[in-house]
Design a binder for this molecule. Sequence first.
Ligand code: FES
Length: 106
Amino acid sequence: PRVNFISYDGREHPVDVPEGTTLMRAATDNGVPGIDGDCGGQCACATCHVYIEPPWDTLTGTRTGSENEMLNFSACLRDDSSRLGCQIPITAALDGIVVKLPEGQH
Ligand code: FES
């Protein structure tokens, strides 16, 4: 499936990844700037903070409890669209998803 990452400055970074790849890996494996993933996807660092806006938010499900807590430790501004990229695996249903990125994670 295709993931359309959008940098804070509006630049588009489309990548194609295998199903099951998390948004965090999709970005880090393809050199997309603005997302780190320091903990390797353990929901323990909050450096994979991304923003998922409608209509995609309904397809990516809801935050887990630990994801919700970890987002409070993120260096980036948190809002209703905030998610941790390592907690969202890409499925066929998410083909074409738009994922907005913060300027940086620190
Ligand atoms: Fe650490 Fe997502 S990669 S919380």
